[in-house]
Design a protein around this ligand. Sequence first.
Ligand code: CP
Length: 325
Amino acid sequence: MTKDLKGRHFISTQEWSDDEIELLLSTSADLKKKFAAGEPHRLLPDKTLFMMFYEQSTRTRNSFEAGMTQLGGHAHDLTPEKLQVSHGETAEDTARVLSRFGHGISIRNCDWGKGNRFLRSVAGMSTVPVINMQCDLYHPCQAVADLMTIREKFPDGIRGRRMVVSWTYAPSYVRPISVPQSEILLMTRFGLDVTLVHPPEFKLLPEFIAQAKTNAAATGTKFEMMDDMDAAFEGAHIVYPKSWGCLVHEPDREAAVQHIEKYPGWVCNEERMALTDPGSIYMHPLPASRGSEVTDAVIDGPHSVVWDEAENRLHTAKGLMALTM
Ligand code: CP
C-alpha cells in the first residue's frame, strides 16, 4: 500500500518501499509525456525549493531548477557561501528557518563522513521534505533515473538481465562512492542481476555490500563481485562503468590518487563492449572522463544511452518534487 508521499524525505531509495519507488517512476513517466507533448503541468504553483550545493553540478542543479519552473514554482540556487552555514550556523537552525519560508530543501554535500550526516541533521529539524541531491554515501536521484532508463530500453522486462557496475580509471580525480553504492542497492531490488567489479583497492562500504546481498536474496536476483573487468562484461546486458575513489581517500587524497594511477587499463572501449550481449546498453551518470573512463567510440556509439539517462534526471526530479512537496 503506497502512503501519501507529501512531506517525505528522500535520502536513500532504501528508505522508500517498492510501491513508493514505483509511484515515483510512474509519476515521472507521466510528467515526461506531458513535457514532450508541451502540456502544462503546473503541479507546484507558488512553491519554493531551496537547493544547497556544496559541490558543482550540471545535471542535478539544472534538472531541479528547470523542473521546479516547469511545475510552476521557483528554486533558489544556494551554496554554503551564500548562507550563514559558512559562518557556523548549524544545519538544524538553517532547517528551521528555510522550513518557514518554503516547501522543500534539497542538498548536495559529498564531504566524506559529513555529507549524509549534514543531510540527516537538516531533515531531523525540517518540517518540509529534504531531498538528497548526492551525499558521500548515496545518490538516490541518479539511481531512480537510471532504473527508469533501463526499463525504457528493455520494454519486455528487466528481470534476469545482468548489469555490471564497474570501476574505471579517471586520472587525478577522486570521485564519491555514492553512485555505485546506490546502483547496487536499487537494481538488486528491481529485478536485475548485478555484478560489481573493481580493483581490490576500490571496495564499497561493507554495509552497502551486505544490504545489496540482502536485497538480492529478498527479491530472487543475484549479486556478485569480481576484480576482472573483461570477465564481468561477458554477456552483460547493461554496463555502468564509472570512476570512484577508494576508502583511504580521506584524509589521504594523495594515496587515493596513487591507487587510481595503478589501473589506467580500466577503460570502457569497443573491445570490451564486444564482450557484452549484442543488445547491451552503456550507461554513465556523467560527467564522463572521455579517453580514460570511456572512449569516444563507446560513449558516442550505438550502445550508449547516456543522453536519455541524463534527460530522465529532469523527469524523476519533477516526479520527486511533485509527490513530496
Ligand atoms: N550525474 C550527476 O549527478 O551529474 P552532476 O554532478 O552534473 O549533477
